[in-house]
Design a protein around this ligand. Structure first.
Ligand code: ADP
Ligand code: 5GP
Length: 214
């Protein structure tokens, strides 16, 4: 291993391949809100825009919140291997576009994937070497119900389905590296920021030893 001080510092400062930050947690926990506050605070940080077969909510913009496609189109893209991961969630497909994300990390950008737990598992399996998994939780069940109701984007029936799903998703907490309880928004944003910052200082032994991959 290179131990020369200046050469080592030079090496550490070189922009390497970016990391994937997976953010999961029950619908209504505040993932989207946290991510929107995070993006302007970090350079080299990009949000992956997912593709979905869900119908757009009022105010959602094509290409900004999601790429909205039909079930047929989504399934044909699955067959073409266009997703880094995908999952069925409450009857709709959601998936992460592979090429976009791989180009970003190759260009030393870190990428946030705001995805549910099955997608998180697929990323863990395929990107263990460079993915960091963060689980965002509401302060309580009552609070989660209240946030879903005040967001006013789902019917009461859909809210109940999401609450049920939230209980199931909590069972996946042990699959994650970090948890963040989103009570006071600013505190939660700072906690996620600190995780990103810390992960950027991680030492990858194999890279220091001159190997090409982690
Ligand atoms: P998710 O992306 O996890 O489904 P959202 O980011 O859409 O959740 O947040 C759900 C609702 O809760 C939104 O109306 C949002 O404004 C609100 N919200 C998010 N974080 C907080 C917080 N810390 N305190 C109060 N309300 C919040
Ligand atoms: P919503 O319908 O509330 O926008 O999203 C429902 C769930 O799907 C949320 O937990 C959200 O994080 C997740 N999701 C959004 N995009 C993707 C994706 O590309 N892949 C997976 N697996 N889940 C996603």
């Amino acid at each position: 291993m290179q131990t020369n001080l200046d050469e080592t510092i030079q090496f550490l400062k070189q922009p390497g391949e970016g990391s994937l930050f997976v953010i999961s947690g029950p619908s209504g926990a505040g993932k989207g809100t946290i991510v929107q506050a995070l993006l302007p605070r970090h350079s080299r940080l990009t949000l992956s825009i997912s593709m979905t077969t869900r119908v757009p909510r009022r105010g959602e913009v094509e290409g900004q919140h999601y790429f909205f496609v039909s079930k047929e189109e989504f399934e044909s893209r699955i067959e073409q291997g266009q997703f880094l991961e995908y999952a069925l969630y409450n009857g709709n497909y959601y998936g992460t576009p592979r090429t976009f994300v791989l180009n970003k990390i190759a260009g030393a950008e870190d990428v946030i994937l705001e995805i549910e737990v099955q997608g998180g598992q697929q990323i863990r399996k395929n990107w263990e070497r460079r993915s960091v998994h963060i689980f965002v939780m509401p302060p309580s069940r009552a609070n989660l119900l209240n946030r879903l109701q005040t967001r006013k984007t789902e019917s009461e029936e859909a809210i109940q389905a999401r609450l049920k799903r939230a209980e199931e998703e909590m069972g996946h907490l042990p699959d994650y590296d970090y948890y963040v309880i989103n009570d006071q928004l600013e505190e939660a944003v700072q906690t996620v920021s600190a995780i990103i910052q810390a992960e950027r200082q991680r030492i990858f032994q194999s890279l220091l030893k001159g190997e090409k991959t982690i």
